[in-house]
Ligand binder design. Sequence first.
Ligand code: CA
Ligand code: CA
Ligand code: CA
Length: 278
Amino acid sequence: MAALALLLAMPALGQAPHPIPHSTVVRGNRDIATAWLAEPTRRYAHGVLGDDIEAAAIRVQNRDGIRYSLQLADDSVFEDLTPRLADIDGDGRDEIWTVRSDAVAGARLEAYVLVDGVLRRRFATPPIGSGYRWLNPVGVADFDGDGHREAAYVQTPHIGGILTVVRPHGRQLVVVARLRGYSNHVMGSTRLDLAAIADLDRNGGADIVLPDQGRTRLVVISLAGGVLIERWRGEPGPPVGGSLTLERSPAGWLARYLTLDDAVITIEIPVTALRPLT
Ligand SMILES: [Ca+2]
Ligand SMILES: [Ca+2]
Ligand SMILES: [Ca+2]
């Protein structure tokens, strides 16, 4: 277990945030105005995110301009670039979603909250179990349409990626379903956005669009009946490098992504081509 130290709770006084290299400040529309990863460290020599610098702290600014910081007091790091804000438990407050790793147990998905002036860990998955094993978050949504949100990520996207959906149970994030054979990251890249979420067939459950393990085909995956089901697989194309987005089209959806050379590729996903969920 990591020991956590609360360092700061003070007015920002107009100071600019200083996120770690290759990362940005994320902006929220609930209780948290901005959040970012700070305090660069080289103490975890993995280097899959563009350099060997990771973060030792999360910083948050609330709606009143008060800044909070949580610093990892052990040898773990936030092996991530820009945290994500989402409200998985529906209490109207965002959790700050990020990835924490160490050399013994590898990565785990974690969610932090700002409650009563304290920034603290609220939810976490168990670690992968081996050092230098990473995961890349996909997002938070109600994937099966039961009215409760889940979180999704790809475990070990470089070496046999396992799409994993988890849900809160107490302070734990417990596995709902897994499906192997997908990737949402290129080793060494600073781009983390190779997956997208939308309710493609409007059945109330958010669907996941992401590349297969070779990143040459897009697939559509849905959660139904407690299992992940691949419902569509596109034709092979230039490998996905990042910036996957979805927008509606007359026949269904257009998935757009950038290749590693920054070419823009557009793939149509007709709604009628999705395998029905029976
Ligand atoms: Ca919440
Ligand atoms: Ca759900
Ligand atoms: Ca759906």
